[in-house]
Design a protein around this ligand. Structure first.
Ligand code: DGJ
Length: 749
């Protein structure tokens, strides 16, 4: 049983072979937090830890008390997990333990996405009921522990059992108190076209936080952070991970107090948030997913990858091989007609592409970004036989057909805006702030979601559409909904996301065969909250291979490769103007869900052959690239960032592909090696190099090598041959393909 309760010391122990999470009901009835970390003995008793000497659980006036759900106004002056304004305006809150129950499996959160189980034995859930009597508030905290993952999930449900409304001003999904502050905070931050760069800083006294107030999780920060020791690496050392299954405004904060203890909290951003909880009403927080590793960040990423790929993503596309798409956006932008699309599709089909995706510009009068969002019917000047006509022509080529939509938006120049100007988010007495010539629809309103469901199900039902790219290109300004009374306007942002989830839910249920890909100006809403609906996301609008190394590396800290759409685009690159070799662009995109974003008709014969070779290389290893275990070997964020290396390994370690990338060539190098990980030390592997070459590195690595040698000595990645280095050039990539020769048990090298 992963969850045990010791009645004498009133201690809860959630444990598996990898982690333990321990809490205790303190003498006064408060729920204290004792421990989260590596696995402790099942039989152990940990009640004595709250005696005072371990976490200072001695008094409540400013000393470091470790609490499971800290509240303000009762002597804990650090950041709280919960703030509730009561009918008299007071906010002091002191919830006490009332009861608990344990059940097999895991419950869903109404209206919100969450991780799940496929059988009751996969996880166990502890539900703890806390009550604050003066506030008439019931607080149910749900902790689920998976049987064989280093993961605890946490969410909270509130219920007003009084006769007056209360205002929830802050409702964190998880808080975590740690006994020291000797940590570094690692987070994924950036901007449009350079999303999820790895940032690391030492914790300092006071608060350090990331978050979003944009109405979406955002390009700038991701709802994810790691606390790691300074010496923690990919392979060794302690690390905690916190991730929020949510797509809206979030806060992830770490506070160090005067006693050098650390408090983490993650949840809906309290800034601008409030929720009126009427008598008998309930409110649920999103789910937080907590992990712990004592064997480095790689193990932490493994835990998130497999959980998010297999128990957050869902539907037929969860496990299915993802198609290789061609997307027309960078080939045509808004300038196309059906003949041009068929031309692109035909050329792509001949190279081995499997799906054609029609991007922005196919609807209303859309010839630029100034018009027509909301009018989801074909632009007859471009598509005389409608979406259905062009989709059927493309299907007749042997390709599947996908389409771009941006359902949450409306252009002021559109029929939808003419009919329903009041559906656009805005404060009636203020002008709209401009952003990409478009406004945001009020997804908090049921009639807006109903309308979109009607229009989009008509589109998806009429034409043979197998894939939807769901974009979202601007953030929310003038947040306000006329459907909410003044005191409920603080609910707007959360209700917006609930409406967006509702639309996704209804569409994915109605069209289970359709593969949805999320997008927000590239990776502006790349978060766990959308994975149940869209198992993959457009990682970034930046398709430059060099830029993508950092973007994909950072993204991979939390998100599985199967969620990262990665396309090969034309050069000079449309975002950076950089010209990189075609093979390098492919070698980077292979470590994602491969696609192309160029005009295949503009390629010369040699390039066409190269693309066809890339596609067949990827198809032969698709499962390995999309679902293998990603092992990060050399970080673009360390040293001078000139080299990156990673590899994907099959579950049985029998197959692997290693990617090694060098940004700038350097003269007069010495030989250098790259040690691999995750292989079977006893197996022998046949190693081949892609693209093939006759330079010294290619020759030195081709042949049979032991797993032990590959992990302890490594592949040669630079030779001291001056000719090799003169010919190499900048922006190079090489893949090393490893296939085990015989079953590990019979190895006889
Ligand atoms: C932003 C997306 O990230 C691009 O891929 C493209 O779909 C454009 N929007 C279209 O407007």
């Amino acid at each position: 049983m992963p969850i045990s309760y010791d009645d004498t010391s009133r201690t809860f122990h959630l444990r598996n072979e990898k982690i333990s999470y321990v809490m205790r009901v303190l003498e006064n009835g408060t729920l204290g937090h004792l421990y989260f970390g590596g696995s402790l003995a099942e039989s152990g008793s940990y009640g004595h830890l709250s005696g005072g000497e371990y976490l200072g659980l001695s008094n409540r006036l400013g000393e470091p008390i470790a609490l499971e759900y800290p509240t303000p106004g009762i002597g804990d002056f650090r950041v709280p997990g919960l703030i509730v304004e009561q009918p008299d305006g007071s906010t002091a809150l002191d919830p006490r333990f009332v009861s608990h129950r344990v059940f097999g499996g895991k419950s869903a959160i109404p209206g919100l996405p969450s991780t799940y189980v496929q059988g009751y034995e996969e996880a166990e859930t502890l539900e703890i009921l806390l009550v604050d009597t003066p506030a008439n508030l019931e607080i149910r905290v749900f902790f689920a522990i998976y049987a064989d993952r280093p993961v605890v999930t946490r969410s909270v449900r509130f219920r007003n059992v009084g006769s007056d409304a209360v205002q929830i001003r802050c409702a964190m999904s998880a808080t975590l108190d740690l006994p020291d502050s000797d940590w570094e905070m690692l987070h994924l931050s950036g901007a449009w076209a350079r999303e999820r760069h790895v940032r690391t800083r030492r914790l300092e006294a006071g608060s350090q936080a990331i978050g979003s107030l944009r109405g979406a999780s955002g390009h700038q920060h991701n709802p994810f952070l790691i606390l790691k020791r300074a010496q923690t690496t990919e392979e060794s050392g302690e690390a905690y991970g916190l991730s929020l299954v949510y797509s809206g405004n979030f806060l992830a904060e770490v506070e160090v107090d005067e006693f050098e203890t650390t408090r983490l909290r993650i949840g809906i951003n309290p800034e601008g948030f409030s929720w009126q909880l009427d008598p008998s009403a309930e409110f649920c927080t999103p789910e937080a997913v907590l992990t712990y590793s004592e064997s480095g960040i790689g193990t932490l990423s493994d835990a998130y990858h497999s959980l998010y790929r297999d128990r957050l993503a869902r539907g037929v596309w969860r496990d299915a091989p993802r198609p290789i798409v061609i997307n027309n956006w960078e080939a045509t932008y808004f300038d196309f007609d059906d003949a041009r699309l068929v031309e692109i599709a035909t050329a792509a089909r001949d190279l081995g592409v499997e799906m054609f995706v029609l991007d922005d510009g196919w609807f209303g009068q859309r010839d630029s970004d100034a018009t027509s969002l909301g009018d989801w019917t074909a632009n007859k000047a471009k598509l005389p036989s409608g979406v259905e006509g062009v989709a059927r022509r493309i299907e007749a080529l042997g390709l599947r057909f996908g389409i771009w939509i941006e359902p949450e938006m409306v252009s002021q120049r559109s029929q939808l805006f003419a009919d329903h100007a009041d559906w656009a988010v805005g404060v009636p007495s203020r002008p709209h702030t401009e952003g990409r010539n478009q406004l945001v629809l009020d997804m908090s309103r049921r009639e807006v979601v109903d309308h979109l469901f009607g229009v989009l199900s008509d589109l998806l039902g009429r034409a043979p559409i197998s894939y939807v790219k769901w974009d979202m290109n601007r953030n929310i300004t003038e947040p306000f909904s006329p459907s909410l009374p003044a005191r409920r306007q603080g609910e707007f942002f959360h209700r917006y996301i609930l409406g967006t989830y509702d639309l996704y839910e209804r569409l994915t249920r109605a069209f289970p065969q359709v593969l949805f890909e999320s997008c927000a100006g590239g990776g502006g809403r790349f978060d766990p909250g959308l994975l149940p609906f869209a198992p993959q996301a457009w990682t970034s609008d930046d398709t430059d291979a060099v830029e993508r190394l950092k973007i994909q590396w950072g993204t991979s800290l939390c998100y599985p490769v199967s969620s990262m759409a990665a396309h090969v685009s034309a050069v000079p690159n449309h975002q950076t103007g950089r010209t990189t070799p075609l093979a390098t662009r492919a070698a980077v995109a292979f470590f994602g869900v491969l696609g192309y974003e160029l005009d295949p008709g503009a390629l010369n014969d040699e390039e066409r052959k190269a693309v066809a070779d890339q596609i067949s290389y990827y198809k032969a290893r698709r499962e390995l690239f999309q679902r293998g275990r990603l092992v990060r070997l050399r970080s673009p964020f360390e040293g001078d960032g000139n080299e990156t290396a990673w590899m994907t390994v099959s579950d049985d370690s029998r197959r692997a592909v290693v990617g090694h990338y060098r940004v700038l060539n350097r003269p007069h190098r010495g030989p250098a090696r790259l040690r691999l990980r995750g292989l079977d030390a006893k197996a022998t592997y046949r190693v081949s190099v892609w693209p093939t070459g006759d330079d010294r590195v290619s020759k030195a690595n081709t042949g049979i090598r032991g797993g032990d040698e590959l992990m302890r000595i490594g592949l040669l990645i630079a030779s001291d041959d001056p000719l090799d280095s003169r010919l190499a050039g900048d922006f190079t990539a090489r893949l090393f393909d490893l296939v085990a020769e015989e079953p590990a048990s019979q190895s006889s090298r």
